[in-house]
Design a protein around this ligand. Structure first.
Ligand SMILES: Cc1cc2nc3c(=O)[nH]c(=O)nc-3n(C[C@H](O)[C@H](O)[C@H](O)COP(=O)(O)O)c2cc1C
Length: 216
């Protein structure tokens, strides 16, 4: 049965924890689609959407992901593991044209399109750290998916501890792909993670300039 009630955003954020163990319950396709579509709605630099996602649900493939992730059990237990990748070549292999086509459909002015056609290849083609740029975009979409999954009543676990080459081989990823992170989605089994705690605003947020405390 798909989930019909969504938690509020505030509730979703405050209740989310990294799930140490998932039970066997699957995710209905309708909910999985909603989670994926939430990610695809994320904003990105120039709207270039450099992300690609491989959704792993078969036991055989999940086992391979677990082995590629230093044997972290929750990777195999999750009902679905969304492998968030970034395509280093997408922008020069059709994504720019597709972005412009969609933009024009939505009313993008021709002056903007003409400028984008020059600016974007110039920016990305000369970027000093393209992978950092790609991962920055991809993790926004990843976070949208994580929050939608939690809002629908699922539990999630993000994983960055993996051997990229092993993931690449298991999923038959093109050489132009980099793997940003894995998102396990399912239902918590047993006790939730302890409350990990967060740094205070005094430590992390500043008002107008660094060092000036933010008082709210
Ligand atoms: C991008 C990302 C990658 C992570 N990778 C791992 C991981 O490989 N293994 C792990 O046990 N936890 C991983 N975590 C979970 C963090 O340890 C966890 O989010 C943090 O300790 C805060 O706890 P909480 O999520 O329960 O609030 C990851 C979290 C994020 C956001």
């Amino acid at each position: 049965m798909p989930n019909l009630m969504e938690k509020t955003l505030s509730q979703t954020i405050s209740e989310r924890r990294t799930t140490p163990s998932f039970d066997e319950r699957p995710i209905p396709d309708e909910d999985l689609k909603k989670i994926l579509e939430a990610g695809l709605q994320a904003p990105s630099g120039f709207n270039m959407q450099p992300w690609r996602f491989v959704v792993v649900r078969s036991e055989e493939q999940k086992k391979k992901l677990r082995l590629a992730s230093f044997n972290q059990a929750n990777v195999e237990e999750a009902a679905a593991v969304i492998v968030a990748c970034a395509d280093t070549e997408g922008w020069s292999h059709g994504d720019l044209e597709e972005m412009l086509r969609l933009g024009r459909e939505g009313g993008m002015p021709e002056t903007y399109a003409a400028q984008a056609q020059v600016t974007i290849p110039n920016y990305l083609g000369n970027h000093p750290d393209l992978t950092a740029w790609l991962f920055k975009q991809t993790m926004v979409a990843f976070t949208y998916m994580m929050l939608m999954a939690e809002a629908l009543g699922y539990d999630t676990a993000a994983t960055e501890g993996f051997e990229e080459d092993k993931i690449r081989e298991a999923l038959k990823l093109p050489v132009s792909f980099r793997v940003a992170a894995l998102l396990g989605v399912g239902h918590l089994r047993g006790d939730d993670n302890f409350n990990t705690g967060r740094f205070s605003m005094a430590r992390t947020v500043f008002d107008d300039e660094y060092g000036k405390p933010m008082k709210l």
